[in-house]
Design a protein around this ligand. Structure first.
Ligand code: 5AD
Ligand code: FES
Length: 357
């Protein structure tokens, strides 16, 4: 390839119609300078489109029961080594109350795919939280029928996170026994139609992935026009079929976030806990490469270690108040500030601002 080629591929991402080849090239810089050019550009596009505020989403991991068998995930049903817990509705509402008291403006209710919580139970929890607390509510509880999603939306849920995990249908099928790629895509469209602010994302570094599939993942997220994106490195878990696989790379994750910022200038992009698990400053790097969201944990301390999606997760010995101070200090350390609004999806009222200074 010619010199200057990297710059042309970057320009194609910013200007709108990049091919998967352009994106794959952006994801594989030849040297530090190219990597640096991507990160600096993404940081500028982030600043011009979503500003310097970092939105905090307080994460409540309310149940680690899961009926699914995702090959990469420590919560998979077949992992009988894991002690399982479920927080009753009162405890979930209590955790949300603590989150609001800590100043968070969004709570994310996340669990494995756990049918113990009926649609009505979750609707009740959402409506209690929305009536008592001044917070946005995000749900992240997996695939459910349209009726459930509709009920929760009526109960006041604002947002939904459902990662596509990989947009390559064959790879998706291998990694998710018993699940259907088409159904997952259908769920995303249903959620969008019901008026949720929609979040999705992928794992980075899965066995079987390539730069080409990752490039297509980004095009998938762009075509879906996701409001929020969460993409973290794959971290192999010993109690899964992918034990012993290679760990996802921090630098590639950073580049995926940066490329995503160029393709979706107004999205809320998370610097994930998985990134912070692989590198002590991983979240800060992510926030400096296009990210504008972090998801501090507010799960009651006694449950945290059991929500072991991947090993060595950070924050499992901390209380919510500790993470609150920690995350704010990290944000301030890179010259940014905690946003104080809800951090809703940014509508298309303003044209995306590309790379000006
Ligand atoms: N490493 C990193 N992230 C993982 N997730 C599941 N298993 C792993 C793992 N081993 C991610 C999935 C899921 C999110 C809640 O956690 O992408 O959507
Ligand atoms: Fe939990 Fe830093 S965010 S200890």
């Amino acid at each position: 390839m010619r010199a200057g080629d990297y710059g042309q591929c970057l320009a194609a991402l910013v200007q709108g119609e990049p091919t998967a080849t352009d994106i794959a090239r952006v994801l594989s810089p030849k040297n530090e300078e190219e990597h640096g050019a991507l990160v600096v550009l993404a940081d500028r596009v982030r600043k011009n489109n979503v500003g310097d505020g970092v939105h905090l989403r307080a994460l409540i991991e309310f149940s680690n029961h899961c009926r699914a068998a995702c090959q990469y995930c420590g919560l998979r049903a077949e992992n009988s080594d894991l002690a399982r817990y479920r927080m009753p509705p009162d405890e979930i509402i209590e955790a949300a109350t603590i989150a609001a008291e800590l100043g968070y403006r969004t709570v994310v209710l996340q669990s494995g795919e756990d049918a113990w919580y009926t649609a009505e139970t979750i609707a009740q929890i959402v409506s209690e939280i929305k009536s008592r607390l001044d917070v946005a509510v995000t749900l992240c509880v997996g695939e459910r029928p349209e009726r459930d999603y509709a009920l929760w939306r009526e109960a006041g849920a604002d947002r939904y996170l459902l990662r596509i995990e990989t947009s390559a249908p064959e790879l998706y099928a291998t990694l998710h026994p018993g699940m259907s790629f088409d159904n997952r895509v259908a769920c995303l469209h249903t959620l969008r139609r019901l008026g949720y602010q929609l979040g999705s994302g992928v794992l980075i570094g899965l066995p079987g992935q390539s730069l080409e599939t990752l490039a297509r993942d980004l095009l998938f997220l762009r075509d879906l026009e996701t409001d929020m994106v969460g993409m973290g490195p794959f971290i192999p878990h010993d109690a899964t079929p992918l034990a012993g696989s290679e760990t996802g790379r921090v630098e590639l994750t950073i580049r995926m976030m940066a490329a995503c910022r160029l393709l979706l200038p107004r999205a809320h992009i998370v610097a994930t806990t998985a990134l912070g698990t692989l590198a002590p400053l991983g979240r800060e790097w992510g926030l400096q490469a296009g990210g504008n969201v972090a998801m501090p944990n507010v799960t009651p301390q006694r449950h945290r270690a059991l929500y072991e999606i991947y090993p060595s997760k950070i924050c499992i010995n901390e209380e919510g108040s500790h993470c609150r101070g920690c995350i704010e200090a990290r944000i301030n350390s890179i010259g940014r500030h905690m946003a104080t609004d809800y951090g809703h999806a940014l509508s298309a009222e303003r044209e995306p601002q590309p790379a000006g200074t």
